[in-house]
Ligand binder design. Structure first.
Ligand SMILES: NC(=O)CC(=O)C(=O)O
Length: 281
């Protein structure tokens, strides 16, 4: 039986260039969040132990089996008795390949899920902003979920939120909450962040949470901020501005089911028409 309600906390903070300082900050912010709000699940931003950028990925990358960051995440989850969606970190795989990777820990401190960013952030907004994440990182090749108090939760990282089919697959697999550690750019975030989070929630009639680092104007990559939780009706439950903020939302299974009964799109979907068209194209 799934818990009717879960409390979710997203910690948006300024990620600096000192890895140990970032990890210490995470420890104290999670502790304070748990004291203040007693959440069941805490989520951190994309690249939570390292600045975002090609010049950092290799230097900051570490093993997700026994590196210092995962050891710290495990003890933080255990000490605070929470599920910790540990943002993402640059991961050095066995073969030396680098990934952008989310790890999840349960309240016993066990590492229970791993997601490697599937869609790398390769874009060129002409004359304004360009980034080719694939220059240094390798894409993950699988999707990942985890279970917390009977809720199935799907994982993606940042650019992955642009791929509607991925969220639909999670929804079809029974996920009722999607969590995206993310660091949207200033060229795209102001235009797309809210639409994408609300769109994925509305399409799939599920909760969507996206958690960003704070905006730091002196960083080489300036993140948009605005961490957000959206409900299955497509409404914003809570949203940060661009500064250091912890936001908290109670997510509710009854409400989700009510939305799905009110507008029963998953039952009404004409899969056979889609399949027929797919054969024609
Ligand atoms: N940083 C990202 O991966 C994605 C992003 O900024 C965007 O999609 O826009």
């Amino acid at each position: 039986m799934a818990a009717q309600k879960l409390r979710l906390a997203l910690i948006q903070f300024t990620v600096g260039s000192d890895k140990a300082a970032n990890l210490n900050k995470i420890c104290s912010l999670v502790k304070q969040t748990c004291l203040d709000h007693k959440p069941n699940i805490v989520a951190l931003p994309e690249c939570c132990n390292s600045p975002f950028g090609h010049e950092y990925f290799n230097e900051y990358a570490e093993s997700i089996v026994d590196g210092p960051s995962v050891k710290m995440f495990s003890s933080v989850a255990k000490e605070n008795k929470i599920f910790l969606v540990a943002g993402s970190v640059p991961e050095k795989g066995n073969d030396g390949k680098l990934f952008n990777t989310t790890t999840v820990f349960n309240p016993d401190g066990n590492h229970i899920s791993t997601f490697r960013k599937v869609h790398l952030f390769d874009i060129d907004v002409k004359g304004k902003f360009s980034f080719q994440e694939s220059k240094t990182l390798t894409a993950g090749d699988s999707l990942a979920t985890f279970s917390a108090y009977g809720w199935k939760i799907g994982l993606g990282i940042c650019y992955d939120i642009r791929f509607a089919e991925m969220a639909q697959l999670y929804s079809r697999a029974g996920c009722k909450l999607l969590i995206y550690p993310a660091a949207f750019s200033m060229a795209t975030g102001p235009y797309h962040w809210e639409i994408l989070t609300r769109g994925r929630a509305l399409d799939n009639q599920c909760y969507v949470a996206a958690v960003s680092p704070s905006r730091c104007l002196t960083a080489s990559f300036v993140a948009y901020g605005h961490s957000i939780v959206v409900n299955p009706w497509g409404e914003i439950v809570t949203k940060a501005d661009e500064t250091d903020k912890t936001i908290v939302a109670d997510i509710d299974l009854n409400y989700l089911e009510e939305v799905r009964e009110t507008i029963p799109i998953s039952k009404q979907k004409k899969t056979e028409v889609f399949e027929k068209f797919q054969k024609e194209i």
